[in-house]
Ligand binder design. Structure first.
Ligand code: EPU
Length: 337
């Protein structure tokens, strides 16, 4: 049976760098090890939590159950046509290594998602997105094992119910299955998404638009705006960008004519959480060891030594301010435990 580790510090396993302990931890490295772990599943080790790269989670206390940290590796070509190649990646592959692999092989689709921390297995969970692309645009299928009975399942993109930073894995299948492999469908043809203003501006510095230059441009933009979790603990965007009715957006715009707003569909408008937070004077405001990052206030950073509760209290203060000033509830993107 797969060995369990006991009383493990979670500090190296979360990019916020907060201290917390797990009572038990298991690191299955193959589908068989996941099945083995689940079939010896003992309820006294509940609750269970599946931890990927730890880049979207905030621990506010010690975890009394079992943390499952799958480490299934491997990137392989599974299918190819004149236009597409399907690549199947183990959930434990580092996300950016996968993007790098695709770019080096001249495969298009994931380059705008360069530099996102975390593991491949987490990419469908919150449907990671950046610079005009969401991972759902490239997902062919997601393989997982049900925790209740070890059944192996394979979900199509439709079955994954993807939407903005959301999927079935955050609802019906939350903590119910372990994602083992994700298959991506990448294009051999040069079809790029470059309309995002920051990206367009950065690409002007390059002689041509190609998959390699897009990756470099995205990495440059991210380096200028987003803190590197290796040096400054954070979990990327802490909140989602709020989606509100057109009517409500128009009424706010009466008082704030310069408010950025993006059309989702005929009824709904997406606002910029970063802008709302900045308007409420939180950008760069440090309380203790916590700050809404001075270059991108949507990212909450730990200057070292903050606890999960310090971060959550800070986040609640932001939510209260935004709610008071704009009547908008900011929803957390990060999973709080
Ligand atoms: N803005 C401000 N002040 C700031 C920064 C931004 O007002 O200090 C406003 C500006 O109007 C700007 C707008 O916010 O035009 C959008 O900013 P940005 O391009 O940085 O994107 P974002 O909407 O804040 C989202 C994702 C990021 C992703 C970027 C780029 C969410 C929750 N976040 O942020 O994703 O990198 O777009 O595509 O959707 C993440 O999820 O962890 C993440 C970093």
């Amino acid at each position: 049976m797969l060995a369990l580790q006991e009383n493990i510090s979670l500090q190296p396993y979360n990019t916020f760098g907060v201290g917390a302990k797990a009572r038990w931890m298991a690191m299955p490295g193959s589908t068989e090890e996941v099945m083995d772990l689940l079939s010896h599943n003992r309820s006294e080790r509940d609750p269970k939590f599946i931890l990927g790269g730890g880049s979207n989670v905030l621990f506010t206390q010690d975890f009394t159950g079992l943390i499952i940290h799958p480490r299934i590796k491997g990137i392989e070509k599974v299918r190819e046509s004149d236009e597409f190649i399907c690549i199947r990646a183990g959930c434990g592959e580092n996300w950016d290594d996968l993007v790098d692999y695709c770019v080096r092989n001249n495969l298009n689709g994931l380059e705008n998602l360069s530099g996102i921390p975390g593991n491949t297995g987490a990419s469908p969970v919150q449907n990671i997105g950046a610079y005009g692309v969401e991972v759902k645009d490239c997902i062919e299928s997601v393989e997982a094992i049900m925790m209740s009975d070890c059944e192996r399942i394979r979900l199509s993109p439709k079955e994954c119910k993807f939407s903005y930073r959301d999927s079935i894995f955050k609802h019906e299948l939350k903590n119910a299955c372990i994602i083992t492999y994700v298959t991506y469908r990448l294009s051999k043809n040069a079809v790029f998404t470059t309309h995002y203003p920051d990206l367009q501006k950065e690409l002007k510095k390059y002689p041509e638009v190609n998959v390699k230059n897009i990756r470099e441009a995205v990495i440059t933009i991210r380096k200028n705006k987003l803190p590197d979790p290796e040096y400054l603990g954070n979990a990327g965007s802490f909140f989602k960008n709020p989606v509100i009715s057109k009517q409500k957006a128009e009424s706010i715009r009466q008082s704030f004519p310069s408010m950025p707003a993006y059309k989702c569909d005929d009824e709904r408008i997406k606002l910029s959480a970063a802008w709302l937070i900045e308007q409420c004077q939180w950008k760069g405001r440090k309380i203790g060891r916590v700050e809404a990052y001075n270059k991108q206030p949507l990212v909450i950073v730990n200057h070292g030594g903050a606890t999960g509760n310090d971060v959550i209290e800070y986040a609640h203060m932001i939510q209260q301010s935004v709610s008071k000033h704009f009547g908008i509830t900011l929803e957390m993107e990060v999973t709080v435990l």
